[in-house]
Ligand binder design. Structure first.
Ligand SMILES: [Zn+2]
Ligand SMILES: [Zn+2]
Length: 267
């Protein structure tokens, strides 16, 4: 990439958590089934060069209650805490349509939603005849996504696509039918927002599959793709790891907000 290539800031914003959670819920073959292993929930912001792009939209209180998660702040409030007004956002990348990544789409009335063909196919086709595969989706979120298709506001991608100079999406699948990851150019090189291609660093580093999975082979290939696209292990940002908040510099003024485009500071 030439020297004058765009460099973006990337913020990871924690909006929810699940403190009581066992390792068996995070690994297909856990070393210790009963060990407690909390999970955090994030939305992400990419900004710079006059652009603000939101990656994923989180879930809201009724879903948090129904699923036993702790909502710390509405995802829209998390965005506001770092100066991003949801109503003004022009582009939202949806990594996939699971409940914790694709709620409250209506809070983004000006946005185009970037989604993989295969994810919509997955969320509306025969896969959803199986309870185990539809469990991580909320029907209302999927219906909202379909409504936005009919409103001309979904931009479908089939594999790799450029969203802006220095920002691209890449299909990996595995965890869901059409999960995509986001590659972003920053001052420290190429960073990959892996979302649920790796929930924790431990999934990718120890090659331990997450138990919510459609295709284990694709999940394993997804780890390889993350490594191929990122400039190092610290450049791969997992979707749910509490370590993200401790390893990266805090965004001044933000709450549970860190800058993952900067070098890690600890752990
Ligand atoms: Zn997911
Ligand atoms: Zn997730």
């Amino acid at each position: 990439m030439p020297k004058d290539s765009p460099q973006y800031e990337i913020l990871a914003l924690r909006y929810a958590t699940m403190q009581k959670r066992s390792a068996a819920e995070n690994f297909l073959f856990p070393d210790d089934h009963a060990a407690n292993m909390p999970m955090d929930y994030f939305v992400w912001v990419i900004r710079g060069c006059g652009r603000v792009i939101v990656v994923d939209t989180g879930f809201t209180e009724p879903v948090a209650v129904a699923r036993g998660r702790t909502l710390l702040r509405h995802p829209v409030a998390a965005l506001e805490s770092v100066g991003v007004t949801a109503a003004d956002v022009s582009d939202v990348i949806l990594t996939h349509l699971h409940y914790d990544h694709a709620g409250c789409l209506d809070a983004f009335p000006s946005a185009k939603f970037h989604l993989q063909d295969q994810e919509m196919h997955f969320a509306t086709g025969r896969c959803m005849c199986h309870a185990v595969l539809r469990a991580p989706l909320e029907l209302e979120d999927v219906l909202d996504a379909v409504r936005h298709v009919y409103a001309g506001r979904v931009v479908f991608h089939d594999g790799t696509a450029a969203i802006a100079p220095g920002i691209s999406v890449h299909l990996v699948g595995g965890h869901s039918g059409g999960l995509q990851i986001v590659r972003i150019h920053t001052a420290r090189g190429w960073v990959v927002l892996a979302s649920d291609a790796t929930h924790y660093w431990e999934n990718i580093q120890r090659r331990k599959p997450f138990p919510i999975v459609v295709d284990v082979m694709q999940m394993a290939e997804g780890w390889r793709i993350c490594e191929e696209l990122a400039d190092g292990p610290d450049h791969i940002i997992p979707g749910h790891d509490p370590l993200v908040l401790t390893r990266f510099p805090a965004e001044p003024g933000g709450i549970d907000a860190v800058r993952v485009d900067l070098r890690p500071v600890g752990g």
